[in-house]
Ligand binder design. Structure first.
Ligand code: ATP
Length: 328
């Protein structure tokens, strides 16, 4: 596979009157050709800063970036024509139709006219192309924004939160649009907070926290590397769950209490749970491995942002809980 996007050791520090803020702290990211790649991270973790830096809108303090094999920002002008991006909500004239809007953008960008019809078809707006934009739903406006980014037939499409504010129908439409684009050979990078969506749409992901990469790889690998670490525990009826939870926590277990059971997030060796509880004559009625979804992996990985200068940046894949790392 070929990398369409490569970022290594990216650094960005914002300086303002309020002080100095390190937004990116040696961030790495690789996106292979033809993938739909999810870029995930909590609020303020550095996603927008990364995308804006990549597009030459912000100057980094260090590190290197390459798009389609060309170093940027030095050679951005050589590849800019092959990159479509929406990193800020685009504003459209409400009284223009989608067709007028795209025709204007095509003319300004030196794109041939026929492309307008092609992109309207691609984003599913052909039937509404002659209606004014002010009559569009948010989802349709988002698709018009994507259409504008597609005018120049980019090889790489970068979208910051494309599903933000959309209703379930709009999200579904955006999902099928992303998949269609990937099937046509385009590489798509999208940031999102909607992790269920990312899990459905994306082939691979990068998770950022505190300006550093904390996980990367195919969605399946990222999930698999976490799935063995968590277990669901149910106690015999009538047994005091609180006492069991306190006991396990005192031994270093990460316990979340649910209504009638609890989960242990870092159960690398589940036998420890049974041993610790049995020593106090507390017995289980259920011990089930939990299959991780992207949301639980994300919480596990980003719950505590890496402390600057202390945590080593995790390189490939995901940190998995060390087997038998607690309670011994
Ligand atoms: N212009 C700026 N001046 C100072 N600090 C900034 C500036 N832009 C961003 N930051 C800070 O840099 C950090 C990273 O912000 P960034 O917007 O890149 O995060 P994000 O992951 O995109 O967050 P969100 O999901 O909330 O958009 C945050 O702590 C933010 O407050």
């Amino acid at each position: 596979m070929t990398a369409v996007l490569e970022i290594a050791g990216l650094q960005k520090t914002y300086r303002s009157r309020k002080g100095v803020r390190r937004a990116l702290d040696g961030f790495d990211m690789v996106v292979e050709a033809g993938q739909v790649h999810g870029f995930l991270g909590p609020n303020g973790s550095g996603k927008t800063t990364t995308l804006r830096t990549l597009l030459g809108l912000i100057r980094p303090n260090g590190g290197r970036m390459a798009i389609l094999g060309r170093e940027v920002p030095e050679h951005l002008s050589e590849v800019a024509g092959q990159v479509g991006a929406i990193v800020e909500s685009p504003q459209f004239f409400g009284n223009f139709t989608a067709q007028d809007t795209l025709a204007l953008l095509a003319e300004a960008g030196g794109v041939r006219k026929e492309r307008v019809h092609a992109v309207l078809e691609l984003v599913g707006l052909r039937d509404r192309a002659k209606d004014r934009v002010k009559t569009y739903s948010l989802g349709m406006k988002q698709r018009l924004a994507v259409a504008s980014a597609l005018l120049k037939e980019p090889k790489l499409l970068i979208l910051d939160e494309p599903a933000n504010g959309l209703d379930p129908g709009g999200i579904r439409e955006m999902r099928s649009l992303m998949r269609n684009l990937a099937e046509s050979g385009m590489t798509v990078v999208l940031s999102s907070h909607i992790l269920g969506e990312i899990q459905l749409i994306c082939d691979s992901v990068t998770i950022i926290s505190g300006g550093r990469r904390v996980a990367a790889g195919s969605v399946a690998d990222v999930l698999a590397s976490q799935s063995s670490a968590g277990v669901k525990v149910r106690l015999e009826p009538g047994v005091d769950m609180r006492a069991a939870v306190e006991l396990l926590r005192a031994n270093g277990a990460q316990v979340s209490v649910e209504h009638d059971h609890f989960t242990v997030g870092n159960a690398g060796n589940p036998a420890q749970i049974t041993r610790i509880l049995a020593e106090r004559e507390i017995y289980l009625s259920e011990l089930t491995p939990m299959s991780a979804d992207l949301e639980s992996v994300f919480l596990q990985l980003t719950g505590t942002a890496p402390v600057e200068g202390q945590n080593r940046q995790v390189d490939q894949s995901v940190v998995s809980a060390p087997a038998g790392g607690w309670g011994q």
